[in-house]
Design a protein around this ligand. Structure first.
Ligand code: FAD
Length: 368
């Protein structure tokens, strides 16, 4: 046990996190700057990458460092065009690795490219979208680099000790915990689409491009892509990015009544979804579940019919601009965060709303 400076009494160990923190190993002290992995596939950048550039910008400003986007792919020109878009969303520079082995996503090639970039340029923070691709890549990159990864974060900040404070739900969503990667670098986090707001692009904003060669011949890659088959249902549920979402919960009472939610979504030109019990009952597909273990949405209008508003549902919808809740129970938790609350039977109200919207929208269409 250590002694106090005057040698009279034992010194108390430092309280809280400071007591747990070791000095950052010397070789990690050179790690600087914030990076966002830009998910670029088949000519398209996933919008979550721009959302993360918006968030990364705030972190980089708080640290007084640069924000970089990382682009991996097969065609150099296409990557350069995507890098220019990243500058408009806040990146100061873009790291580019163009190599035919990166044409299609493969964990092996992308992990190699990403870890070699990290080893060379040493970022202190690395953010990835919690998409199917991003989750797959983040896990193997963190494992290869022997660093920490906080998955599915809902908030990011820089604390007083310049450490990334990554907050995520825990204990089934009933608590939030903040996780720090104190002694390893980079500090990695994944964030689901729509959790962070989309920043406004700044036309004319430019940045630097740093190209990095990947020495990896195709013969060395174990996984082979024989053919790329686009998902025939890739346009099935675009809930995360829909402007209008109508969702139902157990208050709908029957699978047939899910049709009432679909009809209203259809009349409004929006998407439909539901709470988790509806997925568990097989009334709607898993890709339409909204909430902590489903999709996070940020629509302009969210109509929730017969949904109680449990915390696991709430975390997926509270980014909506306008939340309208229909519930027979005036004390339902959803009324605590809905902007407009209607105490009514959803099974009766939904068809009435659908009819009214259809009439109103067709009158407007004729008038224009
Ligand atoms: C680890 C974990 C993850 C979870 N993830 C999710 C998730 O991602 N998404 C999610 O939604 N849930 C999730 N849940 C489940 C969540 O805790 C709730 O159980 C669920 O959201 C409740 O669904 P509900 O509101 O449809 O049903 P209920 O809670 O049963 O609510 C039904 C509501 O309908 C109202 N009602 C009844 N009749 C009518 C009527 N005729 N008209 C109008 N209103 C009526 C009732 O007053 C009630 O408020 C998760 C739970 C756990 C433990």
């Amino acid at each position: 046990m250590s002694q106090s400076p005057d040698g009279t009494a034992p010194a108390k160990p430092a309280a809280g996190r400071a007591g747990l923190r070791k000095e950052l190993p010397e070789h990690f002290k050179a790690y600087k700057h914030v990076w966002v992995f830009i998910e670029y596939e088949h000519g398209v950048v996933h919008p979550v990458s721009f959302e993360l550039l918006g968030e990364g910008r705030k972190l980089a400003d708080a640290l007084g460092v640069e924000l970089a986007g990382v682009l991996l792919g097969g065609e150099r020109d296409a990557l350069i065009a995507a890098a220019r878009t990243c500058f408009q969303y806040g990146a100061d520079l873009a790291y580019l690795v163009a190599n035919p082995v990166l044409t299609h996503y493969r964990n092996e090639t992308y992990t190699a490219a990403m870890t070699r970039l990290v080893d060379t340029y040493k970022p202190e923070v690395l953010l990835l979208g919690a998409t199917t691709l991003g989750r797959d890549l983040a896990g193997s990159v963190a494992t290869t680099l022997l660093t920490g990864l906080t998955a599915d974060c809902t908030a990011l900040a820089i604390d007083g000790e310049r450490s990334l404070a990554a907050t995520r739900p825990t204990f089934g969503g009933s608590l939030l915990c903040t996780i720090h990667t104190l002694n390893y670098r980079p500090q990695m986090a994944t964030i689901r689409p729509r959790v962070m707001a989309m920043p406004a692009p700044q036309a004319g904003r430019t940045g630097r491009i740093v190209e990095h060669a990947l020495d990896m011949p195709e013969e060395d890659v174990v996984t082979k892509v024989l053919r790329f088959l686009p998902d025939r249902e890739s346009n099935k549920a675009q809930l995360a990015y829909a402007d209008i979402v109508v969702a139902g919960g157990l208050g709908l009472k029957s699978e047939a009544n899910v049709g009432l939610v679909k009809a209203l979504a259809d009349a409004l030109g929006g998407e439909y979804g539901g709470s988790r019990p509806l997925v568990q009952k097989g009334w709607i597909g898993g890709d339409r579940q909204i909430g902590q273990t489903g999709k996070t949405i940020r629509p302009k209008l969210y109509i929730a019919a017969g949904i109680s508003g449990a915390i696991q549902h709430r975390v997926g919808v509270e980014g909506a601009d306008l939340i309208v809740a229909i519930n027979t129970d005036a004390n339902a938790p959803i009324f605590d965060f809905a902007h407009v609350g209607i105490v009514a039977d959803a099974v009766e109200l939904l068809p009435a709303l659908t009819g009214a919207f259809r009439r109103h929208l067709s009158i407007n269409r004729i008038a224009s």
